[in-house]
Design a protein around this ligand. Structure first.
Ligand code: HEC
Length: 102
């Protein structure tokens, strides 16, 4: 019984240390990002190609969880709902390129 508890603890610690979007592929994320025209609104707000929204000084997203929540809001505005797998891909892309959460 004790061993199982220890194992569970180890597993939990392991997943907390893993990359924030372990099931995502940044390349696929980039494709989805273009396909869904994610920067179309960001562009209106920020100018340029829109990606300054991720690096602006007071940017909103400060954790992988926050990124997932923001993506849900953004895609809702598009009238789409991203699948969990799409979120992983997009998260991996945005994280690799801009946010660099560990
Ligand atoms: C309908 C317009 C719209 C679309 C489409 C859109 N977004 Fe956004 N997004 C916004 C707005 C507006 C903000 C800024 C919210 C704020 O400043 O409060 C934002 C902010 C963000 C942020 C947070 C940036 C920060 O401050 O750290 C992320 C991440 C993001 N969007 C991801 C996405 C992704 C991924 C997609 C494509 C699936 C997408 N967005 C599509 C409107 C949109």
């Amino acid at each position: 019984m004790k061993r199982i508890a220890t194992l569970t603890l180890l597993l939990a610690a392991g997943s907390a240390l893993a990359a924030p979007f372990p099931d995502g592929n940044p390349k696929t994320g980039k494709k989805l990002f273009d396909q869904y025209k994610c920067n179309s609104c960001h562009k209106d707000k920020m100018g340029g190609d829109g990606s300054a929204i991720f690096t602006r000084r007071d940017h909103r997203v400060t954790s992988p969880q926050g990124m997932l929540e923001q993506m849900t809001m953004c895609s809702g505005a598009l009238g789409k709902s991203l699948t969990p797998q799409e979120q992983q891909h997009l998260g991996a892309y945005l994280n690799q390129r801009y946010y660099k959460f560990k």
